[in-house]
Design a protein around this ligand. Structure first.
Ligand SMILES: [Zn+2]
Length: 290
């Protein structure tokens, strides 16, 4: 995928993994296979592998470059992390950093890292193994977490499980290095870049809204996992923590994107990875590509 232009901003996509992910009936408790017939023309095989019975999903970071800053949005699953409960992410060894450099970004160049939330596939490259210890991958960056998200994973980490692993290997080393920045509510990064709460998938989820001249885009994290949620905005994933808020946030973001022709950049959509939302009455559709 070539870099995208959003007015004066440049956007690159750094892929970690692409391929079959969750089974639809697992990812979406409300799944109804009748939607396949309704949407087969765009959904199969690009987004749904019928033979495997699995959605196709991408795990990627977005890199947003402005005249002033280089910003990494979501940091995938990371290398060498112990994730026995998530086989797709367990002890990975991918060329993610080579791909980042190939896009023209050295880890030392990164000014901000934004985790839209602190799930296993959004915080992994916050750190990497250096001499057997977890160290921040981006040595000069400020890592931005919403305070609500940080506090909720810190609480969850009191019990054994994946949250404890993420907190200990991908959050604590950043905070101990003095590179953490906890934000409350909305937060302006620079002119035209604004982080806003997007609660529901997790309590502290945020989205990053970009605006340059007439061009607008939004990095939504996991407000949607799959494009079928554009057509079924009431469908939460099985990982959405707050069902009512997740639905309300998804609908609100879809409405805003339709109203302003905002480019939607989620973390897990398969190629072409991005799209623009159209609305008719209370229904939405997506035009893929930028
Ligand atoms: Zn995710």
């Amino acid at each position: 995928m070539k870099d995208l232009r959003l007015g004066r901003f440049t956007v690159s996509r750094i892929e970690e993994l692409l391929g079959p992910g969750f089974a639809p009936e697992y990812l979406f408790p409300d799944w109804n296979p009748a939607v396949i017939e309704e949407h087969r023309d765009w959904m199969v095989p690009a987004f749904l592998d019928m033979k495997a019975g699995r959605f196709i999903s991408s795990i990627h970071s977005w890199v947003l470059r402005t005249a002033h800053h280089t910003i990494v949005i979501d940091t995938c699953a990371g290398n060498h992390k112990e994730r026995p409960d998530f086989p797709r992410f367990h002890r990975l060894d991918t060329p993610y950093l080579d791909r980042l450099r190939a896009a023209g970004v050295n880890p030392e160049d990164v000014d901000y890292v934004l985790c839209t939330h602190l799930h296993v596939d959004h915080a992994g490259w916050n750190t990497r193994l250096v001499d057997g210890k977890w160290a921040p991958t981006f040595p000069k960056a400020q890592y931005i977490f919403s305070r609500a998200e940080h506090d909720s994973i810190r609480t969850a980490a009191e019990s054994p499980g994946v949250s404890r692993s993420i907190y200990e290997d991908s959050v604590v080393p950043v905070m101990e290095a003095g590179q953490g920045l906890l934000i409350d509510g909305a937060h302006a990064l620079e002119d035209g870049l604004r982080i806003e709460p997007a609660p529901g998938h997790t309590r502290g989820s945020v989205a990053l809204w970009a605006e340059s001249g007439a061009d607008r885009g939004v990095f939504i994290g996991d407000v949607m996992h799959q494009p079928i949620q554009v057509y079924r905005p009431e469908w939460n994933s099985c990982f959405c923590e707050l069902p009512v808020e997740a639905r309300a946030t998804r609908r609100r973001i879809l409405e805003t994107c339709a109203e302003h022709n905002t480019l939607v950049m989620p973390t897990h959509f398969a190629p072409p990875h991005v799209g623009r939302i159209r609305s008719r009455g209370a229904m939405f559709s997506i035009a893929f590509g930028n």
